[in-house]
Design a protein around this ligand. Structure first.
Ligand code: NAP
Ligand code: MG
Length: 480
């Protein structure tokens, strides 16, 4: 036991006003689903939270029909200024109910409350505020002579940032005048359903946003629906590929935000204290369930031992446990399936000869947990250096020269993000220029802002979300 222990500081669940059962949100109201309903659980203790409806193909059809009616009769007829007012109203309601949303998100997803409270939910509000400001300015932003909405957007999102991914999808779509049918991930539908209540509170016209819960089949029915004009997907590269095939040959517009295997490059002249914090934030934030996570640490050989030693001592101070405790740094892994995948890839890492070190933390008896882990002696050919693990596992590789760092960083089928740590501004620019990644952070990592476009190269997908670029994906006749 260390000298100063932390007393438990759990955030109260009393602020939640959950229903036992949630229906689908179609045409402004909740209604039962025709598929077989399922339970959403807390990954921290495997306890039941609520029963959730599954949207069948017929339900998806009803949701798309509601979105079409709302688009043709209401939303596309409304002025940009009026659309903006609704978006501002939603943003303010998210702020008002921020604590409730953060508790729900941590409960359903397993992420630490300090992250949902200080990162996810504030960014959700920021995204709606930002795109609210765009709604009445589309004609003046160099988006082409007559930028118009595409129509109905079908959107499918993953479980790692449930409410934030919803905001990334819905805010630009509505600002541009589209209506939406969105499918949250099966393991994390809760915050989207509370968001549906916020839409009712905001008096958003019925059908402008429809939320259809369910598993992969519901998502597939949505992206295949013939009356959807735009498909936006965030998730894994294999499912992204399937969706690209399903959409090929139709006139649907498509954006794909897929996986990543980002390099976080630390040069010997980097400010080491900051770099250590940045490496930790890069891969252990949100249990490493981050598409742009800095999962490959490329460290200059001369400082390798120092960096690894300091990382180990820093990781030994991280607190793993109850996601609702305000002191928790590492929460629960989102699902048993994801935990099995992390375990399997880590086992392969050891088998292939990399050296494994895991922080010595107490793992709770129930729920899904994985201690922060570092692999050293990793070769570029190892699975743990190539595959996206999507968990709290860092693979450490070394380099000697900037050219070698760049070559190793780009040696991946992905291209979503990268990080550079160095004291020299000129080196930041020279290296960034040669990295094939959509987002590059310098002397920081995992920073997000609604005005900054985000998206990938290669197998990380195409299209950009955020900023003015994020509007292009939702407009007809828009010029980049
Ligand atoms: P996933 O299995 O691809 O699932 C993503 C979403 O697609 C879920 O809602 C899923 O439903 C649904 N889905 C599954 N099969 C489908 C199909 N055939 N047609 C349509 N929808 C389908 O990915 P995940 O495991 O949830 O998320 C992790 C992945 O997302 C990682 O690879 C990560 O890198 C990526 N990601 C990327 C970004 C980015 O911006 N680039 C951001 C976050 C995450 P169910 O969940 O109900 O099965
Ligand atoms: Mg859950």
């Amino acid at each position: 036991m260390s000298f100063l222990e932390y007393a438990p500081a759990p955030e109260s669940r009393a602020i939640l006003n959950l229903r036992d059962e949630y229906g689908l949100f179609i045409d402004g109201e909740f209604r039962p689903g025709r598929g077989e309903s399922f339970a959403t659980i807390s990954p921290a203790d495997e306890k039941h939270i609520a029963t959730i409806a599954t949207a069948s193909e017929a339900d998806v059809d009803a949701a798309v029909a509601a979105a079409r009616r709302a688009h043709d009769k209401t939303w596309s007829k409304m002025s940009g200024r009026d659309r903006g007012k609704y978006l501002f109203r939603i943003a303010r309601l998210v702020q008002e109910r921020a604590r409730e949303l953060a508790v729900a998100e941590s409960l359903d997803n397993g992420k630490p409350i300090k992250e949902s409270r200080d990162v996810d939910v504030p960014l959700v509000a920021a995204w709606f505020f930002y795109y609210a400001g765009w709604a009445d300015k589309l004609d003046y932003a160099g988006l082409g002579p007559n930028p118009r909405a595409l129509g109905v957007a079908g959107q499918v999102i993953p479980w790692n940032f449930p409410l934030l991914m919803l905001a990334w999808k819905i805010a630009p779509a509505l600002a541009a005048g589209n209506t939406v049918v969105i499918k949250p991930a099966e393991t994390t539908p809760l915050s989207a359903l509370i968001f549906a209540e916020i839409l009712q509170q905001a008096d958003l016209p019925p059908g402008v946003v429809n939320i259809v819960t369910g598993a992969g089949a519901t998502g597939a029915a949505l992206v295949r629906h013939p009356d959807v004009n735009k498909v936006a997907f965030t998730g894994s590269t294999p499912v992204g590929r399937e969706i690209a095939k399903a959409v090929a040959g139709t006139d649907k517009k498509l954006t794909l935000e897929l996986g990543g295997k980002a390099a976080n490059i630390v040069f010997e002249d980097a400010p080491i204290d900051q770099a250590i914090e940045g490496i930790v934030n890069g891969i252990f934030f949100n249990q490493g369930h981050v598409c742009c996570a800095g999962s490959r640490l490329l460290v200059q050989e001369s400082i390798h031992d120092e960096v690894v030693d300091r990382l180990k001592s820093r990781l030994s101070t991280l607190r793993l446990g109850d996601p609702l405790d305000k002191n928790t740094d590492i929460g629960a892994i989102n699902s048993r399936e994801q935990l099995d995948r992390i375990r399997e890839l880590s086992r392969i890492g050891e088998e292939e000869g990399a050296e494994r070190w895991s922080a010595d933390c107490v793992i709770p008896d129930s729920g899904f947990w994985f201690a922060p882990t570092i692999f050293t002696n990793v070769q570029a050919s190892h699975r743990i250096a190539r595959d996206e693990i999507f968990g709290p596992v860092l693979s450490v590789l070394t380099f000697r020269t900037p050219a070698e760092a760049i070559e190793k960083a780009n040696n991946t089928p992905y291209g979503l993000s990268a990080g550079i740590w160095t004291d020299k501004g000129s080196r930041i620019l020279a290296v960034a220029d040669r990295l094939r990644a959509g987002v590059i952070w310098a002397n920081t990592f995992n920073r997000f802002d609604p005005s900054s476009p985000f998206g990938g190269y290669k197998e990380s997908g195409y299209g950009r979300e955020g900023g003015r670029h994020g509007l292009l994906a939702y407009l007809k006749g828009a010029a980049a």
